[in-house]
Design a protein around this ligand. Sequence first.
Ligand code: PLP
Length: 453
Amino acid sequence: MSSFFYRNLKRTYPTVASASGVFLYDTTGKRYLDGCSGAVVCNLGHGVKEINQAINQQLENVAYAHTSQFVSQSALDLAERLVSVAPSHWRRGARIYFTSGGSESVETAIKMARAYFVEHGEPDRRICLSRWHSYHGSTLGALSLTGHPARRKPYLPLLGTPTHINTDYRYRCKCGYGPGPCPSQQCARHRADELEEAILLHGPESVMAFIAEPIVGAALGAAVPGDSYWARVREICTKHGVLLIADEVMTGLGRTGTVFAMNHWDIEPDIITLGKGLSAGYMPLGAVLAAGNVVSAFERKSGAFEHGFTYSGHPVACAAGKACLEYMDRHGLIARVAERESELFRHARELMLKYDFIGDVRGRGFLLGFELVSNRDTKEPFDPHLGVSQLIAREAFKEGLLVYPGSGFIDGVQGDHVMLAPPFTITDAEMDELFSLLDRTLASVVENLKVPQ
Ligand code: PLP
């Protein structure tokens, strides 16, 4: 019996002993290929010496100083570096607010948007719109904006009034297109138009922001919107003076083959949230990138953002973040993801040819989702009692492969997906191994667990 509060107290978890590259090892010596970078975190693989050294060096110098008293060189350096890769119109006057992870980044972004309008002299703007089929974090503010019914359900009495619109979910487009994903740009534009309808419904004078993931991660398994979607959303936000917050906690810093996923559509949000890949698991770290237009409202008025965490701008976490960005740059890893995207997707489509229950393969860069269905022609989801995505993750784990499962996203009960998001450093041979382990996993799920092929 352990005193550790496990994620699920009815399950047992192996104790991790060590990790190197794309592999983790438990205390029994079993090896696991990290096919999803933990929770899409360990983008640079495990045990990178340069990053460990940068962390150790910072620990030797100074581990902690409170941001009400000091700033650290590592935080200053990391902020400069992030601004230098930010969207071009931003670079002038942009600033970075550091947090300890994705949920804190989202909370910070919401409060920053609100504080911006208070400073700006529009104190009635208080509503943050978001989307169904989204995940923004587990703290109450972030969960209020999250559009994943199953994750919200136990906490509904604690959450704010829902102000969600639909997501451009191509595979299950409202037009009923099938059996594949809807290719219509008009449908994508209609989904974006729902934002304007919601703004007009609430009254533009009361809407402060719209938050969304450029490519939906955990809540929809790497769902990419139609190409016309984001340009229309940007246009609507600008027209009504609503801040556009891109939640790039999962997609940011190379995961989709560009620095930010919004770069795929040349969209410049007003605020970007980061976490996960920023420090690639080496330290808990998140960040909020505020464009110059947002920052200047604070600079012109009080200068103070009434907010703060004890561990904001933690010197060691920022040293880890800085070392991660340097490592990515030095090894050209974002370009590598863009180049190798086709290989990852080729392997995935081969599996789709073999297994009929893969209804859709989607994503961008090294963020790939399989949506699993009981009938590919009708897109009928699996009976949720089968728990198909969890079954696959468990079988994969037995085989020594880590994948990222998701369920209940269609309506709170139905819907199964499995995501792959390997470290950017995965070699060709390791990629082959990943797919051969996944193939074995799917074959055993079909055979032993009576999932129709
Ligand atoms: N936002 C997005 C898009 C995420 O994918 C996540 C985590 O999966 C979060 C926010 C929350 O991040 P964290 O779990 O680090 O608090």
